[in-house]
Design a protein around this ligand. Sequence first.
Ligand SMILES: Nc1ncnc2c1ncn2[C@@H]1O[C@H](COP(=O)(O)OP(=O)(O)OP(=O)(O)O)[C@@H](O)[C@H]1O
Ligand SMILES: [Mg+2]
Length: 286
Amino acid sequence: MIEFNNITKKFRNNFWDKEFIAVDNVSFRIEAGDLIGFLGANGAGKTTLIKILMDFSRQTSGNMNFDKIMGQNSNEIKASIGYLPERPYLYPHLTGREFLEYVGNLNSINPENLETRINSWSEKMQIAHALGKLTKEYSKGMLQRLGFVSCLIHNPKLLVLDEPLSGLDPIGRRDFKKIMVELNKSGVTIFFSSHIVSDVEEICNKVIFIEKGKLVYEGNIDTLLMKHANDLYTVKTLNNGKVEVVHLRSEEKNSYLEKMLSQKIEIIEIEKEKITLEEIIYKIKE
Ligand SMILES: Nc1ncnc2c1ncn2[C@@H]1O[C@H](COP(=O)(O)OP(=O)(O)OP(=O)(O)O)[C@@H](O)[C@H]1O
Ligand SMILES: [Mg+2]
């Protein structure tokens, strides 16, 4: 869908300052149907890359290729993307509904369709009750919900979301993740940035991980988990009223269990140890 080839972005704030490399020779692909988590610490370069993707900022070098399904020219490409910025500006003196109507008109959606879409998405994002209020009266989570509705209003093929889950309470995060998965299942490709590895692990098929502007990992999450899975088992036994825990490699497991059974020691639990995406990322970085 989109191919990033060797994207580099350098900043120089003053003529005499040294150049700062915010994005360093990054290449990866977004395929149609992907749900990609774009991970990296504060200042890693996520927003910078997203701004380049959205054409708000120009890369110093490198290029992007957009597949034909995204559109034939830059206007069509932009129209096929729904974008939620890190800090959305939602016009404080408009009501939620007025704001959504404004966004819909910018996207030339006919008024009837627009009202239907506003109502159904607001209902889904649980913000319908507040559409009559001025957005300056919204809480942070309400603004986030309204912002999310606004980037769905024109039926985008691709969603580009810069930290959509930050600033949400646990229920809000769960709602957002659920809707992101539903949208993805219905055919919308999603690329979103986050600091939270577990959120990415929970819903994404792919992860892109950058550190200090450099790509550290790009790929499938299941493959990564499988590759790094440690073949370890935890076995808990009960011996004379005392619980004992041992960690065993796969090839040691059966003989250990046989020994315990022959000694009539009770086995109370056997569990394969799981590795999380978070642990893998720390490993890759080392
Ligand atoms: N316009 C700019 N001028 C100079 N430096 C910039 C500019 N925009 C970003 N940077 C620098 O580029 C680096 C990457 O910033 P960026 O906003 O892309 O990080 P991020 O990964 O989005 O971080 P966060 O998780 O905090 O949002 C930072 O060191 C930042 O100071
Ligand atoms: Mg950012």
